[in-house]
Design a binder for this molecule. Structure first.
Ligand code: GLU
Ligand code: ZN
Length: 299
């Protein structure tokens, strides 16, 4: 047994559909990084967006991870059960005037400038009193500072939030917590020290670091792994009809995941018993083999 290391990683899928090969890569990389360092690895189902959830997907994800031999620490965490923690964080930001209510409709924002992350909120509702009745979103204040961090795989990243996103939504108009606030509160609540996830979330990270700073949370380490793409370069996703992971004989699929993650599994590993596949993978894991890569073949 490795020494307890204080490392805590996690996998945090949204139950918008079953796991596919692309989501498996994030699960495998976060799991092996945690286990190879003697750390903990948590599973959090990010079921905060009922309108986008697919019936049965959450259970299918948990079942598939079990069938593939992932062994998470503690019970599965369900993000929707953390509503009190999300609302507490919202209250903190509002009470410190770091966030404000926004009643702008989509058409109010149709003239807003668009940046790489979408429409840049022009700050219309800043400083307005809390609206009486009706639905309002909540936005967090951003300023002119540059948010920078060193990604372990993708190198130094920086984003100028005021110019690139503007004040962003942390609580949705439909009453649901927004992804950025939920993920930051939950990683803190669960003591996550290191985040290994897909590079499609790289440009979300500065907004999440911004929230960590405002809430006084430590910033975890980040490593954004390449996404799995089809031959035409499109990302494997529900929208591009990525097939769900084969339920039986996970060995070959796991071996393929290890191969595209640069781990060079030996011939024959795919046919070994699952515990042997994992033993080899943990003993030989080296995350730096995908350093600087942004995509890997998904088919
Ligand atoms: N739930 C997010 C997703 O499935 C991932 C969140 C994260 O890893 O930070 O895209
Ligand atoms: Zn507004």
């Amino acid at each position: 047994m490795a020494e307890p290391s204080g490392y805590t990683g996690r996998f945090a899928p949204s139950p918008t559909g079953p796991l596919h090969f692309g989501s498996l890569l994030a699960a495998v990389a976060s799991y092996l990084e945690a286990r190879s360092r003697g750390g903990r690895w948590l599973l959090r189902i990010e079921n905060i967006d009922p309108p986008r959830e697919q019936a049965g997907a959450a259970d299918a994800i948990v079942r598939a991870l079990g069938a593939y031999g992932f062994d998470w620490d503690g019970p599965t965490d369900w993000q929707r059960d953390a509503g009190d923690a999300h609302r507490d964080a919202l209250r903190v930001l509002l009470s410190r005037d770091l966030a404000y209510y926004c009643t702008c409709s989509r058409s109010d924002l149709s003239d807003a400038e668009t940046g790489p992350l979408g429409a840049i909120y022009p700050g219309t509702c800043r400083g307005r009193p809390r609206p009486q009745g009706g639905d309002a979103a909540v936005r967090v204040l951003t300023d002119e500072s540059l948010v920078e961090f060193d990604d372990r795989l993708q190198g130094r990243q920086s984003q100028h939030l005021a110019a690139e996103s503007g004040d962003f939504v942390i609580w949705r108009r439909d009453g649901l917590v927004a992804y950025h606030l939920a993920v930051v509160v939950d990683d803190h609540r669960q003591g996550v020290t290191d985040i290994v996830r897909g590079i499609d979330l790289l440009d979300s990270t500065p907004r999440q670091i911004w929230l960590q700073r405002l809430l006084g949370y430590p910033t975890p380490g980040y490593a954004h792994i390449p996404v799995a793409v089809w031959d035409d370069g499109n990302k494997l996703s529900k929208a591009t009809h990525a097939p769900s992971l084969p339920a039986s004989s996970p060995g070959p699929t796991l071996a393929r995941a290890l191969a595209v993650l640069g781990q060079s599994p030996p011939d024959g590993l795919a046919r070994k018993a699952l515990p042997d596949v994992w033993d080899w993978a943990i003993a030989n894991w080296d995350l730096s083999r995908v350093r600087g890569r942004t995509s890997v073949p998904g088919s």
